[in-house]
Design a protein around this ligand. Structure first.
Ligand code: PLP
Length: 411
């Protein structure tokens, strides 16, 4: 810890005076990643035979086209009848399911709006802020659940769910979790499937957004929670989600839900009015671009070649700058889109503000917690994919200076 505060402040002021604008806020694919999918746009033309199934040009085909269902059935290890392909992204389906549960109730159950008292959701934290914002939008009370290295604190989850019928669900990002990067253990998955819930309409929102987003040669795979739930007598407990947002184009991709056959039938039936049919022509583009799971894996390897050096750069700068300071903990994740930086308590907001004042945007401190409340004020989420390597290097140097100044001021 040889840097003097004066030197650090001088370096910091240099950043401020340069008027830089850097963004490490959103987990967005960068330009080179988006370029990878441009050839997909040439795969459907006016010469393409679209008179397949019930004619892809028409209204029929509410839950998606057969070849794409087949692809995702294989990816998620379910049958094609267990797949629903909705609009262009998975968040739409998640939002819609909660909306349906509140207004109409899950198949045969009381609408949550008519439940006497507040409906609650378990929110493993730090977690994905959009999940929490969906709960907030619908007035669902959020209960923070600490995250361990193998998933949420399952003793606490089991205990709460067993005794409280107002707890209606849990959000999970089981593989390369946003933002911690952790991978749920088999035991965690089995306990979630097996546990007794006081609410008969308790649901696991299994957001497998990063199921093919590996950053190492070990392509981790989570055991199939849909099967586990069925084996344990809870066939309708889980809705699983994924999408091609970070495979092809965010907003121009496909959103996927997998569940029991009954749940998929119910979802399809109750969606008819709002989305008679998704964009089947875009679905066909995707099905042609990914004729096999292997072609999807090969494509994801190209993404990895672009973004893995960025994760390594973040890890390298953090080590170079902060080793010996005992101020931060992180892991270089094996997949996904984020690095979760845990600072000493009481530092996250201050560091975030210092970065912002010098022109670097990071996801606001606290936003990976329900109600934006990180009680320890310790967590920052870093998203390295979007900036260029040069921008990232600069952003990381600035972040580390901000951390050192904040630490020195406080201690
Ligand atoms: C865990 C998780 N789920 C879902 C999404 C977004 O998915 P989509 O674009 O399909 O709505 C993200 C994006 O950052 C995410 O991190």
């Amino acid at each position: 810890m040889t840097d003097s505060i004066k030197r650090l402040e001088k370096e910091y002021r240099k950043f401020v005076s340069e008027g830089i604008e850097l963004n490490m806020e959103r987990g967005w694919p960068c330009r080179e990643q988006l370029d990878l999918s441009m050839p997909m746009l040439d795969l459907v033309t006016s010469d393409t035979d679209l008179c397949l199934e019930n004619d892809y040009r028409g209204y029929a085909g509410t839950a998606g086209i057969a070849p794409l269902k087949k692809l995702f059935a294989e990816v998620l290890q379910v049958t094609e009848e267990q797949i629903y392909i909705g609009g262009t992204m998975s968040t739409t389906i998640m939002y819609d399911l909660i909306n349906k549960a509140v207004l109409f109730g899950f198949d045969g159950f009381l609408p949550w709006k008519d439940f006497p008292g507040k409906v609650k959701f378990l929110c493993p934290s730090p977690g994905y802020e959009k999940h929490f914002n969906i709960c907030k939008t619908f007035g669902i009370e959020m209960i923070q659940i600490p995250m361990n290295d193998s998933g949420p604190d399952m003793d606490l989850v089991e205990n709460l769910v067993k005794n409280d019928d107002s707890i209606k669900g849990i959000w999970c990002v089981p593989l390369y979790s946003n933002p911690t990067g952790i991978i749920y253990s088999d035991e965690t998955v089995c306990r979630l499937a097996r546990m007794q819930s006081k609410a008969a309409d308790f649901r696991i929102m299994w957001d497998n957004a990063y199921c093919v987003h590996h950053l190492t040669d070990e392509e981790y795979r989570i055991i199939n929670i849909i099967d586990e739930c069925a084996k344990c007598g809870h066939p309708n407990r889980v809705f699983e989600f994924t999408s091609t947002s970070k495979i092809t184009f965010p907003g121009g991709g496909v959103g996927v839900c997998a569940s029991s056959v009954d749940n998929i039938k119910w979802l399809t039936r109750t969606s008819l009015l709002q989305l008679k049919s998704g964009d089947k022509i875009n679905q066909l583009r995707h099905a042609k671009f990914f004729p096999t799971v292997q072609s999807l894996r090969d494509h994801m390897k190209k993404h990895r070649d672009i973004i893995k050096p960025k994760f390594d750069l973040v890890d390298l700068v953090l080590h170079e700058q902060l080793d010996g300071w005992d101020v931060a903990e992180w892991i270089n994740p094996k997949g996904g889109y984020f690095i979760n930086l845990k600072l000493l308590n009481g530092m996250a907001r201050d560091v975030w503000q210092k970065c912002k004042d010098a022109g670097l945007s990071i996801t606001p401190a606290g936003s990976t917690f329900p109600y934006g409340e990180d009680r320890e004020d310790a967590y920052l989420r870093l998203a390295p994919t979007y900036p260029s390597m040069e921008e990232l290097e600069q952003a990381m140097q600035l972040l580390c200076i901000a951390i050192k100044i904040s630490y020195t001021e406080k201690h």
